[in-house]
Design a protein around this ligand. Structure first.
Ligand SMILES: Cc1ncc(COP(=O)(O)O)c(C=O)c1O
Length: 486
């Protein structure tokens, strides 16, 4: 009955007027004291939401008639049913039952100012009245491209697309076009979207990942052409000498190296400067391009995580936060490479288009979002990330759970491992670790905190230390229960 109980509390509060942020915070703080979720045991690790009647369950039943598995993207699937959102405001999302949760998932790290940021709402409303899509160029795309290029010294030219997947795909195609070679190298276990080549070895398992000295190219989707697998070379993360050895064996065929500077599935550990420098030097020596996938990490610095390293990429793929909550992608880099797209060539080396690319709504939302994400905002949110990593680590130590926290900037990930992983293989979760993480994420969800399903968080600028304290307290309750169940 928990959802109903909460729902009525919220309705009662609502009838007394609109909740302000402090009231919202107080309510979430109160939720912390309600133990909604059963103690972890082998039997209930697989369990999820309440079994009480609820609207989300009914909606899900209906949705299964029209959408495969009832969903449009697998990331939001939950057992026994996905929960349906009603509205979001600031750092809270309220579901159709009326339950509000502190949102540290932020639509898979794509919202930097939380939900319904007033400045973004205004900008979008204005643009809506002026039209939403034209077979013409717009001032909005020019202004936003200028803003991003001014922000990042290694962005000489930029092109907008509609998703991170598309941005990565365009970077790979540009590299092939530039070098005349077909193969790409990528790090084992990294997620770069759903382009055939980019998704190779995204989630290999011990039984198929092969020898650590020469990781196998493992398909994600059944039916991936063998030619796609043959064209993708897998290197280990943050291991410059072994990576160099593998790259050398394919030196004549590689168009590019694709690198996420802090890959989530590899453990959310930043790439080392030594690793990135080696990749840059290798690319220079072998006339290949270095592509930085900053679809997630662009939030890490004013000029993205690219700031962390001495070496700079040839191309950068972006997405998520730069859309201000709307679908977006972009790729940017050296003039010489971006020139391949220039339609003024008699024969365009890399013809590229997209019906909704640089959509003015996205451009308006993105421009305001990134203007608000100025040096101070970046510094503040990264400080908050440091605070979260420190307080959660302290709690883990105090409780004595074999766990740790990784991440940088405004993101962190909790691992149920005593030592931080160093690569995909050490970050890989056994079946029981996976069950425990799922239990912990569900425990948080049932207690009013929405995290990414690996127990990862991406903070927003509307959060403060009180929110982090509430999150840490609730995580600590989960840690204690896990400790007791061990
Ligand atoms: C590093 C990285 N690259 C690419 C993508 C694909 O972006 P999108 O979901 O917008 O296609 C993602 C999405 O999570 C990502 O994390």
């Amino acid at each position: 009955m928990k959802a109903e109980t909460l729902g009525s509390t919220i309705e009662q509060r609502k009838s007394g007027g609109t909740l302000n942020e402090n009231q919202e915070y107080t309510r979430v703080a109160q939720l912390r004291y309600v133990n909604f979720y059963p103690k972890p045991s082998k039997a209930n690790f697989m369990e999820s939401n309440s079994k009480s009647p609820n609207r989300s369950r009914d909606l899900f039943e209906e949705a299964q008639k029209y959408l495969p598995g009832g969903v449009s993207r697998n990331t939001i699937f939950r057992k026994p049913n996905p929960v349906y959102a009603k509205f979001g405001k600031g750092c809270y999302v309220t579901d159709v039952e009326g339950v509000a949760r502190l949102d540290v998932a932020n639509n898979m790290a794509s919202l930097i100012h939380g939900h319904a940021c007033p400045d973004v709402v205004d900008a979008v409303q204005q643009q809506l009245h002026q039209g939403t899509a034209f077979t013409m160029a717009t001032i909005a795309e020019l202004e936003f491209a200028k803003l991003l290029c001014d922000r990042v010294p290694h962005f000489e030219k930029l092109r907008f697309v509609n998703s991170g997947t598309e941005a990565v795909m365009a970077c790979i195609k540009a590299a092939r076009c530039f070098t005349g070679r077909s193969k790409i190298a990528k790090v084992e276990g990294t997620y770069h979207g759903t382009y055939d080549y980019a998704e190779v070895s995204q989630k290999p398992k011990p039984e198929n990942w092969g020898d650590a000295q020469r990781p196998a190219s493992v398909p994600v989707a059944k039916g991936t052409p063998q030619s796609a697998l043959d064209d993708v070379i897998i290197i280990p993360f943050n291991n410059p000498s072994l990576a160099r050895e593998i790259l050398n064996s394919e030196a004549d065929h590689l168009a590019c190296i694709l690198l996420d500077p802090m890959p989530h599935r590899v453990g959310l550990i930043p790439a080392s400067n030594e690793f990135v420098t080696m990749l840059r030097e290798w690319c220079d020596q072998n006339k290949a391009l270095l592509i930085l996938d900053e679809v997630i990490t662009f939030r890490s610095g004013y000029a993205g995580a690219g700031e962390w390293f001495d070496a700079k990429p040839d191309l950068t793929a972006m997405g998520k936060i730069i859309g201000g909550g709307f679908p977006v992608g972009a790729f940017a880099g050296r003039n010489e490479v971006m020139d391949l797209l220039d339609p003024q060539h008699a024969e365009i080396p890399f013809p590229h288009s997209g019906t909704f690319s640089a959509n003015p709504i996205t451009m308006a939302a993105g421009k305001v979002t990134m203007s608000l994400f100025d040096h101070t905002a970046v510094e503040d949110i990264n400080d908050l990330g440091d605070y979260a990593r420190t307080t959660i680590t302290e709690s883990i130590r105090e409780i004595g759970l074999p766990a740790c926290v990784t991440g940088a900037g405004s993101m962190f990930r909790v691992h149920l491992k005593s030592e931080p992983p160093t690569d995909y293989r050490s970050a890989y979760m056994s079946a029981s670790q996976q069950q425990q993480i799922t239990w912990l994420v569900n425990h948080m969800f049932e207690s009013g905190f929405m995290m990414i399903n690996t127990c990862t968080a991406a903070l927003s600028t509307v959060m403060n230390r009180q929110h982090i304290d509430a999150l840490t307290d609730q995580l600590s309750r989960g840690f204690r229960q896990l400790r007791q169940a061990a």
